[in-house]
Design a protein. Structure first.
Length: 195
């Protein structure tokens, strides 16, 4: 199995390390042809505007859409979640691959970053140490989107739709690799396409 990590900007090295710890071959992706032969792709946290603009410039926006349309799983954390969404309430390049509406920097300035133990039933009973950094939140989800985790106030912060996975937080910055394992399971058993 070979997984690519979009390496235009942001926390791509940490995802590569997490994948390698799980014994998976992980490579940096900066050009469309580097998607060839990959079984899955991770879009890291960082600055979604910067990553989106660079993706357009290098032809990766269309290439990633084709990659996902062919059934290959894509996982976006934080800025990666923003990029996979189809609505952020403002004009910036998106991949538009998931029916979720997202609000950027949704936790305010006072709360630049925080950590919380999240209940994630799909990962088992043990709570997941979720690190949020200038994080977005999911405002609403369309039909066919499964919410995997919510904050105590009900805000969805992790979701899946077919072969797309998103988290508002950064599993690559904790030592808990269960979200990466979950994604690798999606790669091994691709979801049936929606309907
Ligand atoms: N605030 C960033 C954005 O809106 C996301 C932050 C992150 O990826 N840690 O793009």
């Amino acid at each position: 199995m070979k997984i690519g990590v979009l390496a235009l900007q942001g926390a791509f090295r940490e995802h590569i390390e997490a994948l390698r710890k799980l014994g998976v071959e992980a490579v940096e992706v900066r050009l469309p042809e580097q998607l060839d032969g990959l079984d899955g792709l991770i879009i890291p946290g960082g600055e979604s505007t910067a990553i989106g603009k660079l993706a357009v410039k290098y032809g990766l926006q269309e290439a990633i859409r084709r990659f996902a349309a062919s059934g290959s799983p894509v996982y976006g954390s934080c800025a990666g979640m923003i990029l996979l969404s189809n609505d952020v309430g403002r004009d910036q390049p998106l991949l538009d691959l998931m029916d979720v509406k997202v609000e950027r920097n949704a936790f305010g300035r006072q709360l630049e970053s925080f950590e919380t133990d999240l209940a994630v039933p799909s990962l088992g009973a043990e709570r997941f140490p979720a690190i949020f950094i200038r994080a977005p939140k999911i405002e609403s989800v369309g039909e066919g989107v499964e919410v995997l985790a919510k904050l105590d106030d009900g805000t969805p912060v992790a979701a899946r739709q077919g072969n797309m996975l998103v988290t508002a937080f950064h599993p690559e910055l904790s030592n808990d690799l269960r979200f990466h394992r979950y994604f690798l399971d999606m790669v091994r058993e691709p979801a049936m396409s929606d309907e």
